[in-house]
Design a protein around this ligand. Structure first.
Ligand code: TMP
Ligand code: ASP
Length: 236
């Protein structure tokens, strides 16, 4: 990390660099759940999520998904393109779990007939409320055309990651993405893809290998993050 801190989030810090259109993302060990209501740390989470996110963004880049990722720099840092983040959490689900299972009274793990997409306003103070496309365009958060691009990319990410993870005996239950615009106004995938932002279940035992272990006090949190990195980086 070199320059001045530009932004600090719950799990990451972002630093300016000498290049106007590049920033350094620094991954912390801090863990929160329920929009910051529950706080803790997960040993080495920053190191693991940096490696896991770098791995996934490289894979997605190879499959033609435009992302902010440039390179991993050491244990906790990543060089990425500077984005103006669109304040939406874009959630794709393959199975009903978490807030969807609760909201609609379904079994955790129920298969969905097809993948779904939903949007939440990224605002901790408001508890990230769900927001629909009509409301997003009405509030000027994104245009219909931008939302079409975001949805197309989000489902492409789902296809690439789901297929890859199955070769590692992991079910991609659901995940959250964030998108932003670069200086030319192009929409790129930003933020991270890690056990903090995805539900990963072992394909045989359905054991949780993600942050639900922290959210739900299931124990063996660090082990789950290590296990995910190991599965990704070990040849099948
Ligand atoms: P949910 O079922 O709690 O709505 O979560 C859906 C997915 O989004 C899950 O993989 C966890 C991820 N997620 C985040 O990355 N950040 C959040 O703030 C929330 C609520 C969920
Ligand atoms: N983004 C949420 C928070 O920081 C955490 C979560 O449930 O993933 O509290």
């Amino acid at each position: 990390m070199t320059g001045k801190m530009w932004y600090e989030g719950k799990a990451k810090q972002v630093f300016l660099t000498d290049a106007d259109d590049e920033v350094i993302v620094h991954y912390k060990d801090d863990a929160t759940a329920f929009n910051g209501a529950k706080k803790g740390t997960i040993a080495d989470k920053g190191v693991l999520n940096n490696q896991i996110t770098s791995f996934f963004f490289t894979l997605l880049g190879e499959h033609g998904v435009p992302t902010h990722f440039i390179a991993r720099e050491g244990d906790r840092d990543q060089r990425v393109k500077k984005l103006q983040i669109i304040p939406l959490e874009v959630i794709v689900r393959n199975r009903c779990a978490g807030s969807m299972a609760k909201r609609y009274g379904r079994e955790e793990g129920e298969m969905l007939a097809h993948p779904t997409i939903e949007f939440c306003l990224k605002d901790d103070a408001l508890d990230d409320p769900m927001i629909n496309r009509s409301q997003i365009t009405a509030l000027g958060l994104a245009t219909d055309e931008e939302l079409d691009t975001i949805a197309r990319l989000a489902f492409q990410v789902n296809d690439v990651l789901s297929a890859f993870l199955l070769t590692k005996k992991v079910i991609l239950v659901d995940f959250k993405l964030e998108f932003g615009k670069d200086s030319a106004g192009t929409i790129l995938l930003g933020d991270e893809i890690s056990p903090d932002t995805c539900r990963f279940w072992d394909a045989d035992t359905l054991e949780k290998l993600d942050k639900d272990r922290f959210r739900r006090d299931l124990g063996h949190v660090e082990e789950a993050y290590h296990e995910m990195l190991q599965r990704l980086t070990t040849r099948a």
